[in-house]
Design a protein around this ligand. Structure first.
Ligand code: SF4
Length: 331
């Protein structure tokens, strides 16, 4: 059985890109593997952030995850800041991570370009990600393509730490990346990956009217200027979404009607909106129940943090010992 660590930022709204790219996979894995799923609020404060809404966004994200089918009884679902060992291990790993390695991270280059005075958190962010994984000695990490480079750095940190402090009996396994099968869900603008900050998403908990309102103007194959122009579904994001939400017979019908100009894009989108809304309806209902009982969500997260902390403390005790620290009394 693999031990899997996954993190998700507390952006508040879980959108269908998150669902298809990550959460759906967690639901499938929870019966087969040992899964730790973490709402990574410490990562969310790396740049400027809205303090007033952080706690609410964190709970909202947990609600979305549970509503989407993740069962806190089957996985360890918790909030990163509830397990302070993440920050401690990050510091211990920071001491042996070369600055040059951090500076060559593509995300660092992109994000730091927006700052006049670069917060150090943006530079050391990948070390916190490494600590998240190593704290639980997870061997598998589902990632999007944009995180592969960070995971490779985590693997380098593992090699370095093991060689330095545990050459005979490695403490940390090298975590291997598993790319999601729905690697890259494009946004409704057809330009970039679906992302809340780009405003090109459909919320997992959006009601049918909102789903339709967002789908109606979504970008399609530009060749379909009028209803009479045939198109190529393979380059259309709406077709990709049909593959995730519509039955195979409908997907085949979309393919055929698109190529032969058998219908217009609005017809095609309407079918998708109906299928998507039907698939999301049970999640919306479950989320409404959870929103009405936030204490249940908080209790599930507290239990998750207790379980996560038990594992985290075991790892840190070993790490402290190997790094030569004086043990605290009773430890
Ligand atoms: S008919 Fe459907 S698949 Fe074809 S371009 Fe229009 S929206 Fe896309």
């Amino acid at each position: 059985m693999s031990r899997i660590f996954s993190g998700i930022q507390p952006s508040g709204e879980l959108h269908i890109g998150n669902y298809l790219g990550a959460v759906k996979n967690w639901v499938e894995l929870q019966d087969k593997e040992e899964c730790l799923i973490c709402v990574v609020d410490l990562h969310a404060i790396t740049g400027k952030y809205d303090v007033a809404s952080l706690a609410a966004r964190t709970r909202e994200m947990a609600i979305g995850i549970i509503a989407a089918g993740v069962d806190p009884k089957k996985v360890i679902l918790f909030v990163q800041s509830h397990v302070p060992e993440h920050s401690e291990l990050q510091w211990l790993l920071t001491t042996l991570t070369p600055v040059g390695e951090l500076e060559r991270m593509t995300q660092y280059k992109d994000k730091s370009a927006k700052y006049e005075s670069i917060p150090a958190g943006i530079l050391v962010y990948p070390i916190l990600m490494a600590a998240d994984i190593l704290l639980y000695r997870a061997d598998t990490v589902p990632v999007g393509e944009d995180q592969v480079q960070h995971l490779e750095l985590a693997r380098e940190i593992v090699r370095k730490w093991n060689a330095e402090f545990a050459p005979d009996a490695p403490v940390f396994p090298e975590p291997k990346p598993v790319l999601s099968t729905a690697r890259r869900i494009m946004g409704l603008d057809g330009q970039a990956k679906m992302s809340k900050s780009l405003g090109n998403t459909i919320g997992l908990l959006d009601p049918p009217e909102a789903v339709w309102e967002k789908l109606r103007p979504a970008v399609t194959d530009p060749a379909r200027k009028t209803k009479k122009d045939p198109g190529n579904p393979e380059i259309c994001n709406i077709f990709t979404l049909h593959k995730h939400f519509s039955p195979p017979a409908t997907v085949a019908e979309v393919d055929q009607k698109c190529r032969t100009a058998g219908w217009g894009c609005l017809d095609c989108k309407k079918v998708l909106a109906d299928n998507m809304s039907a698939a999301l309806a049970p999640m919306r209902a479950r989320a409404a129940e959870l929103k009405a009982a936030p204490e249940q969500v908080d209790a599930a997260l507290a239990l998750g943090a207790t379980k996560a902390r038990t594992e985290a403390r075991k790892t840190l005790a070993l790490v402290r010992e190997r790094m030569g620290f004086l043990p605290t009394q009773g430890s």
